[in-house]
Design a protein around this ligand. Structure first.
Ligand SMILES: Cc1cc2nc3c(=O)[nH]c(=O)nc-3n(C[C@H](O)[C@H](O)[C@H](O)COP(=O)(O)OP(=O)(O)OC[C@H]3O[C@@H](n4cnc5c(N)ncnc54)[C@H](O)[C@@H]3O)c2cc1C
Length: 411
């Protein structure tokens, strides 16, 4: 190789951020981006919100269309990498073409977990990961006259339920969990989202396992669960995602729980990095691995890997962050999920009116997570409180007259 040759595999936010960072930070070598989808790198959160609602693509692209050409990035869309040949330092594409690399970034993301029951391939059944998936759900539901069943009450299920209910459809969420979003937020805060959906006319069937799908003439007509059935014209399945790790795993890298990387996004192979939903990084503040399937993590890890590909020696130690928009509720969450299970919740603001900040306070009195619901411009202070790691006065934490900035400074 005469010129430095960096290759990125993946076409999502992590891949796009890494490519952008490399160019912004002055990397002048050859940069190739191999992306299985027929698009330039794009951002997925709008797919269950603004894009699903109205094809609003204003927030969809990592960079404007011309940016890739203007910055001399060789984007090979619609190309699937099938093998990582570590001995020969090349990526092998479907069809056999070999792409040599000096450094490689794996940003292959995740794929929806599938429901393995008879009928799951019938017409009218959808998953949501790509632009095409979002368009298909939009086309199936936008008339607003359908019976839509969403299987799963995680983030994607609840967001899709809100958006398609917004078209006027009859919407039922069927879920294994008793409380929506409980695995991310716990029961107390999950109930906030349950009542939000109930108030907007979404039906919740909780604590049941889907046991079958009714299909007539190749089209889904209903979802069966232990104890009942819901009629359906359209079914959207949102039961989690599985990291796409096979390139790394088949090459002998440790990837059983996501591709294992250090805090600088380095895998066990020299010059090979992994980021985003596909990776499982070590978090230096928490002192343990922390896999995250969120927008901010794709940006932060993508940027970190790019900097380390050009030998900047940085670690990724951000506090995990994510957001959601459902009906008239917008929220941001920051915090360390593994520390939340022993914490109790302290509220500031109007819980019943869904305008509040909730704090998870650990047994030692330190704030380990915070969520602002329809309250804005406080996330930096919430993060400062968490970062301090020191005990806070709970009465002051709950008192909206005490500026959060003061608490962060006290802590
Ligand atoms: C509908 C939806 C809504 C979301 N909403 C939110 C939200 O509100 N807030 C939030 O924080 N997060 C949200 N997320 C999560 C967030 O979008 C993900 O964390 C983020 O997309 C991860 O980025 P990534 O680049 O790691 O992976 P991805 O975006 O999945 O991109 C990976 C890319 O790699 C490609 N690829 C895979 N294997 C290969 C291969 N072998 N060869 C070539 N290309 C390959 C894939 O086709 C894909 O294009 C949402 C996700 C979805 C699906």
């Amino acid at each position: 190789m005469s010129e430095r040759e960096f290759v990125i595999v993946g076409g999502g936010l992590a891949a796009g951020t890494a490519a952008s960072t490399l160019r912004e930070e002055g990397f002048e070598g050859h940069l190739t981006l191999i992306a299985a989808e027929a698009h330039k790198p794009y951002i997925r959160p709008p797919l269950s919100k603004a894009y699903l609602a109205s094809y609003d693509d204003s927030e969809l692209w990592v960079q404007p269309e011309d940016w890739w050409h203007d910055h001399d990035v060789d984007v090979r869309s619609g190309q699937h990498a099938r093998e990582l040949d570590l001995a020969d330092r090349a990526l092998v594409l479907e069809g056999g073409a070999r792409v040599p690399f000096e450094k490689l970034l794996i940003a292959t993301g995740a794929t929806p977990r599938t429901l393995e029951i008879p009928g799951a391939d019938a017409d009218g059944i959808h998953y949501l990961r790509s632009i095409e998936d979002s368009r298909a759900i939009h086309e199936a539901t936008a008339a607003g006259d359908k019976r839509v069943v969403v299987v799963g009450s995680g983030w994607i299920g609840m967001e899709v339920a809100a958006t398609v209910r917004g078209f006027g459809n009859e919407v039922t969420v069927v879920s294994h969990a008793q409380v929506p979003l409980s695995s991310a937020l716990g029961d107390e805060l999950g109930e906030v989202f349950a009542s939000l959906h109930l108030d907007h006319g979404v039906r919740l069937v909780r604590g049941v396992g889907v046991s079958g799908l009714r299909v007539q003439g190749g089209r889904v007509t209903g979802v069966e669960y232990d104890g009942g059935v819901v009629d359906a014209d359209v079914v959207v399945i949102g039961i989690g995602a599985v990291p796409l790790t096979s390139l790394a795993e088949d090459a002998g890298l440790d990837a059983s729980t996501g591709i294992l990387v250090d805090a600088g996004m380095r895998t066990g192979a020299d010059g090979v990095f992994a980021v985003g939903d596909a990776a499982n990084p070590f978090h230096p503040v928490l002192g343990q691995r922390l896999r995250s399937e969120h927008w901010a993590n794709a940006i932060g890890t993508g940027r970190t890997a790019a900097l380390n590909m050009i030998d900047r020696g940085v670690d990724y130690d951000d506090i995990p962050y994510f957001y959601t928009d459902q009906f008239d509720l917008g929220m941001e969450f920051s915090g360390y999920a593994p520390l939340m299970k022993d914490a109790h919740v302290v509220y500031r603001g109007d819980l019943a009116g869904r305008e509040f900040v909730s704090f998870w306070v650990a047994p030692n009195g330190a704030v380990v997570a915070g969520m602002n619901v329809n309250v804005w411009d406080v996330n930096d202070q919430v993060q400062a409180l968490i970062r301090s790691g020191r005990p806070v006065d709970e009465a002051r934490l709950a008192d909206p007259d005490v500026p959060l900035g003061d608490l962060a400074a006290d802590a």
